[in-house]
Design a protein around this ligand. Structure first.
Ligand SMILES: C[S@@+](CC[C@H](N)C(=O)[O-])C[C@H]1O[C@@H](n2cnc3c(N)ncnc32)[C@H](O)[C@@H]1O
Length: 221
């Protein structure tokens, strides 16, 4: 099945950002957090860069679980960052003091070269008009930086897309079911991502499936 790009890269409409922020992505978020923790091989500390942080559910969950962790959370959409700021302000733990929100559009050359233990991203790759925006950004990281980039993987057929929407979004409002459907059509496959990594010269990173609908790129720079 041919890839169909997302209609928009950034989620910068207030109603779209709000619908996304209200949805329950806890299962995928847990999967991603587990991959980051395995990659670190112990508690997360130091600094982590989250690319395409959206409403900051993942940075908040990470900061609550890891009291020594500082997170730079980047998104290009002001509407998403406004929601993220509200969630962070409402948090009663000290997590909010360890999360810095940054409005930046990928590719981004300056940030990755700072002293990050890990660079992570969930559900951003399929949004990008040019996936090299992700890999150029990751390639700017210092040697030794851990990398975990997770996203949906494109199913084999439209029938398989419909089945996935029925399985995982049956109770969601139409706007979210539609977003999920568009995301599955826009997602890449493992072989396509392997090709992107080769072209970016990221030979130490490996792509593979990590669930029935998610792929991840994992390794060290
Ligand atoms: C589907 S959301 C994922 C949010 C979050 N990572 C999560 O898993 O809940 C993708 C986010 O990437 C942002 N985004 C898309 N293209 C971008 C770009 N080129 N630069 C920066 N952010 C981008 C969107 O604005 C959106 O907030």
């Amino acid at each position: 099945m041919q890839r169909i790009p997302e209609p928009e890269e950034l989620m910068d409409q207030a109603d779209q950002a709000q619908a996304y922020a209200q949805a329950d992505f806890s299962e995928a978020n847990q999967l991603f957090i587990g991959l980051l923790e395995s990659q670190a091989g112990g508690p997360l500390n130091g600094h982590l860069l989250d690319l395409g942080c959206g409403p900051a559910e993942i940075p908040l969950a990470l900061a609550r679980r890891h009291p020594e962790l500082h997170i730079d959370a980047v998104d290009g959409a002001r509407a998403m960052l406004d929601l993220a700021q509200r969630k962070i302000d409402a948090d009663e733990s000290d997590a909010r003091r360890r999360i810095r929100l940054i409005c930046e559009y990928l590719p981004c050359n300056t940030l990755p070269g700072q002293n990050y233990q890990l660079i992570g991203s969930n559900s951003l790759l399929h949004h990008l008009a040019d996936p090299q925006a992700m890999w150029q950004t990751v390639a700017g990281a210092r040697p030794g930086t851990g990398v975990v980039i997770m996203d949906l993987a494109r199913p084999a057929s439209e029938l398989a897309v419909d089945a996935m929407v029925e399985t995982y979004a049956i109770d969601e409002p139409d706007v979210l079911r539609n977003d999920f459907r568009n995301s599955l059509f826009a997602a890449y496959r493992v072989a396509e991502v392997e090709d992107q990594l080769q072209r970016a010269g990221l030979h130490t990173l490996n792509a593979g499936m990590v669930s029935d609908r998610h792929l991840a790129v994992i390794g060290h720079i």
